[in-house]
Ligand binder design. Structure first.
Ligand code: ADP
Length: 487
């Protein structure tokens, strides 16, 4: 304390101490009598002004079995200042024992002979900061536990240098030993050629377009040569000061699920094969019956046979879809390509759908003949599928608009409906196998989630693109584009 004979200066110092937002107190004598304590310190004690003048241990008795009083006495005895960070203090505030955290400082005050006569106590209340840090640590710990118990691997990829940092589990999932180091190139080297490009493109997209990275692919283990299917997810994180942006995420072994899927596919494929032959002869008999009925005037029978025929055709399309899927798994879709007019094909598909669907209006703006090179049967099934979805996912009486637009090197076909629409979250996943949107709007619409998957595979094998633009509740437009035939 500054000793001065100027009353004003004394008052100014007193005011400074009183008004300081940081807790300040002065303890004097070996029993630590509280000579001065500003409001902030009284608040920290959880006491009122009546404690001033009392010894510390009587004023804040709940601190007696905590280290503070002992430390104060040490400082008083040794004359050595003491500072402590994030120290816990349990004090009674508002009638209940509460925990606070302080950085605090005990500074001895000495007389001219060097003998300590008092201690200045300043403190900073950092309770909020400590609690926040503890909750972050707790969340991290829970996350770590979740990652460990799911046997997940974790990874970080520097978006600029492409330097990979991986957990031991990630390295194991790629068939390396936990202690091996793993570069991005080495990880990519374990992915079969058929999937590698796709994975590299997905990483690039996640980095350049800030898109979520969520992809499944097979890897052949480096040391053990074992085939595993991995689901790898990640997301781009902004650059922090002095650091590059990075992708970070998890790796999960989904081999068991994939094997189940493959078994399911084998089963579906076998059953579909078995169903194909009786179904074909059933359709043939039905057509014969229909021809016969048409010779008479039994309109009820004719109508019933026509409807049965329609249902059987639907069944045939489904079975074809299943068979295509299993073929895709075994050897890829077999395309029989030739040059043909796409306009005609779209027209045929539209007319076929118009025959089957009477409660929707289908508009097709005619366009010039468009020569493309591809498999007309497979492309017809893409158009029919998009048309039947437009019908399926919109109410009766709505309009469906089919358009073709030519650009310099490609042709684009669009099928627009006024149906239930698609949430942006689902837009990309629609083209995945078995992906269906589960919502109250779709719960009564049957389907297997393979139509768009097959369509995407077919378009991709024609070097084309397929995508959707949609507003939930307002309708969707599905597009696909194909390269034009070069002359
Ligand atoms: P399916 O219709 O047999 O379920 P698809 O692969 O053809 O399988 O479609 C996948 C999912 O995409 C559907 O389940 C549906 O939720 C959604 N979908 C497809 N077309 C449309 C559309 N025109 N409007 C709204 N949702 C659609």
């Amino acid at each position: 304390m500054v000793v001065t004979d100027s009353f004003d200066i004394y008052e100014i110092y007193r005011a400074l101490v009183e008004q300081s937002p940081g807790p300040i107190a002065l303890y004097v004598g070996s029993n630590m009598k509280i000579a001065v304590a500003n409001d902030a310190m009284l608040m920290a004690y959880g006491k009122d002004r009546s404690v001033i003048g009392k010894p510390f241990s009587k004023a804040v008795p709940e601190l007696n079995n905590q280290p503070f009083f002992g430390i104060l006495q040490e400082v008083y005895k040794n004359g050595i200042p003491y500072f402590m960070e994030a120290s816990q203090a349990d004090v009674i505030v508002d009638g209940r024992l509460q925990t606070f955290y302080f950085n605090f400082d005990y500074k001895p005050l000495k007389d001219k002979d060097g003998k300590v006569w008092g201690i200045i106590n300043t403190a900073t209340n950092i309770t909020q900061y400590v609690l926040h840090k503890k909750s972050v640590e707790q969340t991290e710990e829970m996350l770590r536990l979740a990652v460990d118990s799911a046997s997940m691997g974790t990874w970080f990829l520097d978006a600029l240098s492409r330097e990979l940092t991986s957990s031991g589990r990630t390295r194991e999932l790629f068939g390396f030993y936990g202690k091996d180091s793993l570069t991005l190139e080495a990880a990519m080297g374990q992915i079969p050629g058929s999937h590698r490009q796709q994975v590299i493109a997905a990483i690039d997209e996640a980095i350049t377009k800030d898109m979520k990275y969520d992809i499944e692919y097979p890897v052949t283990g480096y040391h053990d040569q074992q085939l595993r299917w991995l689901r790898v997810t990640g997301k781009l994180y902004e650059a922090e000061e002095g650091k590059s942006p990075f992708l970070a995420g998890t790796v999960l072994d989904v081999t068991a699920r994939k094997q189940d899927e493959l078994r399911k596919n084998d089963f579906i494929s076998m059953v579909s094969h078995e169903l194909k032959t009786p179904l074909t002869s059933l359709i043939a008999y039905l057509q014969m019956l229909l021809e016969n009925a048409k010779k008479g005037d039994d309109s009820f029978t004719i109508h019933a046979l026509e409807k049965s025929n329609l249902q059987l055709e639907r069944m045939r399309t489904l079975i074809k879809g299943f068979l295509n899927i299993s073929r895709l798994d075994n050897s890829g879709i077999h395309l029989i390509k030739k040059d043909f007019d796409l306009y005609n094909l779209v027209l045929e598909a539209v007319e076929e759908t118009r025959l089957l669907v009477t409660d929707h209006k289908i508009i097709f703006e005619s366009c010039n003949p468009i020569k493309v090179h591809g498999d007309p049967d497979k492309l017809r099934s893409v158009i029919s599928n998009l048309l039947s979805n437009a019908v399926k996912y919109s109410q009766k009486g709505k309009t469906i608009e089919v358009k073709c637009e030519t650009a310099a090197t490609s042709i684009q076909i669009s099928i627009k409906d006024e149906g239930i629409g698609i949430h942006p979250r689902d837009a990309k996943r629609l083209f995945e196998r078995y992906y269906r949107i589960e919502s109250d709007k779709t719960q009564n619409i049957s389907g297997l989630g393979i139509g768009l998957y097959l369509s995407a595979e077919i378009i991709q094998r024609h070097d084309g693109k397929i995508w959707v633009e949609s507003t939930s509740g307002k309708g969707s437009t599905f597009y696909f584009s194909l390269p034009l035939l070069k002359h």
